[in-house]
Design a protein around this ligand. Structure first.
Ligand SMILES: Cc1cc2nc3c(=O)[nH]c(=O)nc-3n(C[C@H](O)[C@H](O)[C@H](O)COP(=O)(O)O)c2cc1C
Length: 263
């Protein structure tokens, strides 16, 4: 049961929270001060928008007040040019320096991904972070043997058998996103969280690559699922290799033109 409370002394009667609430759970109580509708107790997803947007710091949701919300610093906003450069120059990085990724950097990236959007703000994403190269190599071998079993990507399985890790690319870190059965949109939620980390990686001197083969095996290969030992009922929804790029891309390869219909 959610509790939304309004401090009528602080409320400026600007109705911003009423406009902002994603489920229309705040209405004018008659005196210009917002009042939660009856369904608010059930329907509020605790997204904090009403708290974060109120100019008078007048709202609390389940005990979350304005003081619990960090201020946005407009001086730190990035320009459109910087964002364009970030996304156009982002590449899948498959060749890594033989260096570990510091724990502190990983913690910053994972922490940042907590603000990625999730369906109904359920925040269902869990992480398994692997930084032991022997363990990552062992998982690559398990993926290779599964590929052989299902008769797919055999040249990749051959390479792994010969000691060339074409699955996890000898990455010093493998981030695995998983979620439990109560998640509403786990594929989307995990993918967005991983995409957030992938996009942020270059700012931390890191490069990343999606582990599609690893993901497929983690979802379908029983021994690998057992080896990962995730909590009961959890499924792997995405994996990302991470490490310091050995080489720097000098150019941005072209992509197809936007496929768009304007109406
Ligand atoms: C869902 C997904 C799975 C992928 N799986 C793999 C993979 O298993 N191995 C790999 O080397 N690259 C993988 N990639 C990377 C793509 O090959 C890469 O994004 C594409 O070739 C475009 O290159 P770019 O990311 O450098 O622009 C995957 C990408 C996505 C989005």
């Amino acid at each position: 049961m959610n509790t939304i409370s309004i401090d009528s002394d602080k409320c400026r009667k600007d109705e911003i929270c009423m406009e902002e609430c994603p489920f229309n759970l705040l209405v004018d109580g008659g005196d210009g001060i917002p009042t939660p509708v009856e369904a608010a107790g059930e329907m509020c997803v605790n997204c904090g928008h009403c708290v974060a947007i109120c100019p008078g710091d007048a709202i609390a949701v389940n005990g979350m007040t304005a003081e619990d919300c960090d201020e946005v610093d407009p001086a730190k906003a990035v320009s459109a040019e910087q964002v364009e450069q970030l996304f156009r120059s982002r590449r899948s990085v498959r060749v890594y320096k033989d260096e570990p990724v510091e724990r502190e950097t990983l913690e910053r990236l994972l922490d940042m991904a907590r603000w990625a959007p999730t369906a109904r703000n359920k925040q269902p994403v869990h992480w398994l972070v692997l930084t032991d190269r022997d363990e990552i190599a062992e998982l690559s071998r398990m993926v290779a043997s599964w590929l052989r079993e299902v008769g797919r990507y055999l040249p990749i399985a051959d390479a792994v058998d010969k000691g060339k890790d074409m699955v996890n690319r000898d990455a010093p870190c493998l981030l695995i996103a998983h979620a439990g059965p109560d998640a509403l949109k786990p594929v989307e939620d995990c993918s967005i969280a991983l995409t957030t980390i992938e996009a942020a990686a270059p700012a931390f001197g890191l490069g990343a690559c999606w582990g599609g083969l690893f993901m497929a095996a983690a979802q379908n290969c029983e021994p690998l699922r057992d080896r990962l030992n995730l909590p009961e009922g959890h499924t792997v929804y995405g994996a990302l290799m991470l490490g310091r790029p050995k080489f720097r891309f000098r150019r941005i390869p072209p992509r197809e033109a936007v496929k768009v219909t304007w109406r």
